[in-house]
Design a protein around this ligand. Structure first.
Ligand code: UT7
Length: 337
């Protein structure tokens, strides 16, 4: 029996040209290439120039994804943008991406689920397509972290981890007759636990305070991200592992059935620990953290795009993605590529 499902019809990515190595950071703070490499697997990241915003990166990745699908912007029904590094407090960054793509009238939605943002946004798109509300949706994950980090020794525990970049997909309705071979999203799985919200967050500015923003807040550095690294690490390993098992169990699949795992890129050690726990062979896990660091909502589409370019992601493959991040939020997806 035919079923309306969603498939990824186009994929694109964009990172700004400026590469910042670990040695470059060591000139600006008390850190070393050895510390960063050993603890995280990161060797370099791309950071924007001052004139470039999150929506600029998102629009570039979107153009690549639309072209890759062989479509034009006029073929789209909706835009979803996942980001934690919005161009402005409001309106949402999806509106600015839409303006840059010159596509007035399309619904434009922001998704604020941080490192799990792309999984959440793709799940939302999948539901809209399954119900028939939309047939083609642009899903973008885009981040500019570099402008918001404390690039001094005081902020080194966080600032060395993050890069700027964007990835995008065009996801479209398809009538699936044979789910074992035809390209589509098999299932998506989403979770959150707000009791962990303060373990990885940017405390200010915000409406939780007597005034949205004060000089005192800025003096305290509340505008810089804060992280309890150990707690995030432990929860990431646990929750990403659970999310992978949930995706596999929901589809009566096993690790051996999956051709490629494209995980969120927060720390190479996290992904190695998840793989070890679940018995996933290292060659089935595709990582990009060494070159791009953690680009939050962009890591998974960048991972897919890089895997395709590297020749390890091919049509017909079963692909599992999983992410964990601030919120806490976590989730997974199983795709037939
Ligand atoms: O998408 C979610 C985003 N984030 C994550 O998933 C991150 C999860 N957490 C982690 O990956 C790890 O906790 C980190 C890589 C962030 C940190 O590794 P760690 O082994 O937990 O290190 P630590 O925080 O316990 O710090 C160890 C030492 C400390 O010095 P002392 O107190 O032992 O003297 C830190 O001050 O390393 C120091 N340190 C650094 N040294 C050089 C912290 N950051 C740096 C740095 N360079 N950049």
């Amino acid at each position: 029996m035919n079923q309306t499902r969603a498939r990824i019809a186009g994929l694109g990515m964009y990172v700004p040209p400026n590469v910042v190595t670990n040695d470059d950071l060591a000139e600006r703070m008390d850190t070393t290439d050895e510390w960063i490499t050993q603890r995280t697997g990161i060797k370099q990241r791309h950071w924007v120039d001052p004139a470039t915003s999150t929506s600029d990166l998102g629009a570039e990745a979107a153009r690549a994804a639309i072209a890759d699908a062989g479509l034009s912007g006029d073929d789209l029904d909706m835009i979803l943008v996942a980001t934690l590094s919005a161009d402005h407090y409001f309106p949402g960054t999806a509106c600015f991406v839409q303006e840059k793509l010159d596509l007035p009238g399309l619904p434009a939605i922001d998704v604020r689920q941080q490192c799990t943002g792309f999984v959440y946004a793709t799940s939302i798109a999948d539901q809209f397509i399954r119900t028939g509300f939309a047939r083609r949706i642009l899903v973008v994950g885009a981040e500019v972290h570099s402008k918001g980090l404390d690039i001094s020794t005081a902020g080194r525990d966080v600032s060395v981890l993050f890069g700027d970049g964007a990835g995008a997909i065009v996801i479209e309705a398809v009538e699936v007759t044979d789910p074992t071979t035809e390209s589509h999203v098999l299932s998506t799985h989403l979770h959150a636990d707000g009791s962990g919200a303060r373990e990885l967050w940017m405390p200010g500015p915000g409406m939780a305070y007597e005034r949205f923003i004060t000089y005192e807040m800025l003096d305290k550095g509340l505008q810089f991200p804060e992280m309890n690294g150990r707690s995030v690490y432990v929860n990431a390993v646990k929750r990403m592992g659970e999310a992978v098992v949930e995706a596999l169990d929901s589809n009566n699949s096993a690790v051996a059935d999956v051709d490629l795992f494209v995980f969120h890129q927060a720390n190479l050690r996290i992904n190695e620990a998840v793989a070890e726990r679940l018995g996933i062979p290292a060659e089935k896990v595709f990582n990009t953290i060494d070159r791009f660091a953690n680009t939050t909502a962009a890591t998974i589409p960048i991972g897919l795009a890089e895997a395709r370019t590297a020749g390890v992601l091919e049509p017909g493959m079963l692909v599992c993605t999983a992410a964990f991040g601030s919120g806490f939020t976590w989730g997974s997806m199983l795709l037939r590529w």
